[in-house]
Design a protein. Structure first.
Length: 105
């Protein structure tokens, strides 16, 4: 029996992308200040950077927004999978039953 091709879940791809951005942001939020401190301890002042400054001041907000996006896309992905599963179950139930209530087996 040929298996039916299941369409891809677009929310899952978005969840993966947002999760990747979240991991990169966490690593930057943790390690960039340590690298700056090591540079200062070695006697070199790190060059000014708008990104590092924004990360230092607003990085925690970025992480919260990314975490919220992960939750939203995760729930949307699970919801779409559940909805498709219920649609497939109802479609197979109507196809396999005869009008008299007996199955086609």
């Amino acid at each position: 029996m040929a298996s039916k091709l299941v369409p891809r879940n677009p929310f899952y791809l978005l969840l993966l992308l947002v999760s990747l951005v979240f991991v990169v942001t966490v690593l930057a939020y943790l390690f960039i200040p340590m690298i700056e401190d090591k540079a200062r301890a070695a006697g070199e002042a790190p060059p000014p950077s708008a990104f590092r400054s924004a990360l230092r001041h607003d990085g925690w907000r970025w992480l919260l927004y990314e975490l919220a996006a992960m939750v939203v896309f995760g729930l949307a992905s699970m919801g779409l999978d559940r909805w498709r599963s219920l649609q497939n179950q109802s479609d197979s139930a109507t196809i396999s039953s005869k009008p008299d209530g007996k199955s086609c087996d």
